[in-house]
Design a protein around this ligand. Sequence first.
Ligand code: SF4
Length: 298
Amino acid sequence: MDDLQTWKARRRAVILAHNYQPPEIQDLADHQGDSLDLSLLAARTDAPVIVFCGVHFMAETAALLAPGRAVLLPDLRAGCSLADTVTAADVRSLRAMHPRAAVVAYINTSAAVKAESDVCVTSANALRVVSSLPEEEIIFIPDRNLGQYLAGGTAKQVITWDGNCRAHNEVRVDEVRTARREHPGAFIMVHPEVSPEVAAQADLVTGTGGMVRQARQRPECEFVVGTEAGLVYRLRKENPDKRFHLLSPSLWCPTMKYTTPSGIVSALRDLAPRVEVPPEVAGRARQALDRMLELTEG
Ligand code: SF4
């Protein structure tokens, strides 16, 4: 009875997996995507149970966008070191220091931080959302590298926070140079969470959804991928006639790898661990997410 498909059918569950999940989880998921894709799927699904294969802030986001449904995170240890760098109190202090600024929260934040923010963004829509805001001054939390990337792409004044993703921030410029030498002709694409110095050496800076599209559409047969290793599995699977190389061994997120098939079975069987957001936080956090979806879809 501990069969995943049996429990999934019994619970009428949908399984969502982030692009950074281990291969065996990507293979069993109903849907796979970046934070924006999965947020939209969570908002639209009518499944009563959502198993979120990713990290905690993503399951919280699904819980915010799919009220009334049970959102399960198979392993509660799956956190995000970037999201952990900023708290709701930090956001209140920033607002007091910059009262005319809009607070833009990367989706990699807790629900409590989202509740203190004006709008959320993902790496896929950040430039579009920030450009459409009426405020000229933007507080961007928590990823400093993505904030600097935004500052370069808009005329706005962007105040950044000193957070970063350990996996992306550790990629070095010399690794890009080595990749170019070892794979001449390959198209090098990197995530905006890498340092500005690394981003400047790449052919394109884009989120994981953008990388999936580039790999499908571009004429090159070889790509160097500057984001977490899990995406390389998806790219190879979807483009068997093309070659993909991971830019750096540092592009490995340990907490993304906590999900296991047996953990999913247990979660479905026990309907736990369930991720819920307290009502006093949920309403305000959902407003910041809804505003993002309006600006992205509109
Ligand atoms: S890859 Fe980085 S930003 Fe993404 S979940 Fe892991 S620690 Fe957080």
